[in-house]
Design a protein around this ligand. Structure first.
Ligand code: ATP
Length: 253
């Protein structure tokens, strides 16, 4: 774990008296794409917040490689509709960016020419790409996306994750994603970690290519690739409410 970009060891987080995470060991290596899955309320966002340093552990610790730059794409971001805010201005907050850098980054994420548009006038897909552009302007070693495709349709989601895979290829950044879009996301993941207050299990997704029914469903975005992940618990516990010791993660949601 010494070469990890970021690591949690024995991590516990509570909100008041409510425990959200306990005894979590987790790390992301350079260049790795990791997807966090788990039922609603299983602590996925809490783990992300702890890794970002915005919530404090009640036990254990988070360590970051010195000088680590993290780019974060949130689940959603409320922009006040009454406040005019262009895309270019948004991308220059809080760190001013040059116009040519903004233009290049917008082109990079597939929304060239949006500089003068109002943030509130963007489509869901455009908005998420602008959030991604902002995260990438920090030239991150680690990009964290917390359900970044919520509200996008299936082709939009698939296209977004294709872009994420491209970002890793081009920049070598490690990527940590929280997602419910299992089939689409996991086809791009090196490792899937299933959380339910603790790390239930983790492993490589089982990728099945060219399954015709998924090609039909997900279209060209995934090139017919789907991924399944099988839970393989190596421990007995009551805290995890999966009905069967081994089942497909698609059922867990
Ligand atoms: N700010 C908060 N105050 C109190 N409890 C919280 C807070 N944020 C999260 N929790 C609780 O902590 C637990 C984990 O929540 P968290 O949002 O991390 O789960 P999640 O896996 O990201 O869920 P979802 O899939 O629904 O987004 C839940 O029981 C939730 O109610």
């Amino acid at each position: 774990m010494t070469d990890a970009l970021i690591a949690a060891e024995g991590l516990a987080v509570s909100y008041g008296a409510t425990p959200a995470l306990h005894n979590v060991d987790f790390s992301v290596a350079p260049g790795e794409i990791v997807t966090l899955i788990g039922p609603n309320g299983s602590g996925k966002s809490t783990l992300v917040r702890a890794l970002l340093g915005v919530v404090q552990p009640s036990a254990g610790r988070v360590t970051r490689r010195p000088g680590l730059r993290v780019g974060y794409v949130p689940q959603k971001l409320a922009v006040d509709a009454r406040m005019p805010l262009t895309v270019a201005r948004f991308l220059s907050l809080p760190v001013p960016q040059r116009g040519d850098e903004i233009a290049a980054m917008l082109a990079r994420v597939g929304v060239a020419g949006l500089e003068r548009r109002q943030m509130t006038g963007l489509s869901g897909g455009q908005f998420q790409r602008v959030l991604l552009a902002r995260a990438l302007l920090a030239d991150p070693h680690l990009l964290i996306l917390d359900e970044a495709t919520q509200g996008l349709d299936q082709p939009g989601t698939a296209a977004f994750y294709e872009l994420i895979a491209e970002v890793r290829r081009d920049t070598g950044a490690a990527i940590l994603m929280v997602s419910h879009d299992l089939h689409v996301v996991m086809s791009a993941s090196d490792r899937v970690v299933c959380l339910n207050g603790h790390v239930c299990c983790q492993g490589q997704p089982h990728v099945v290519t060219a399954a015709p029914e998924y090609r039909a469903l997900f279209g060209l975005g995934t090139h017919g690739t789907m991924a399944l992940y099988r839970h393989k618990h190596d421990h007995a516990h009551d805290a995890c409410d999966h009905a069967a010791p081994e089942k497909e993660a698609a059922d867990v949601g």
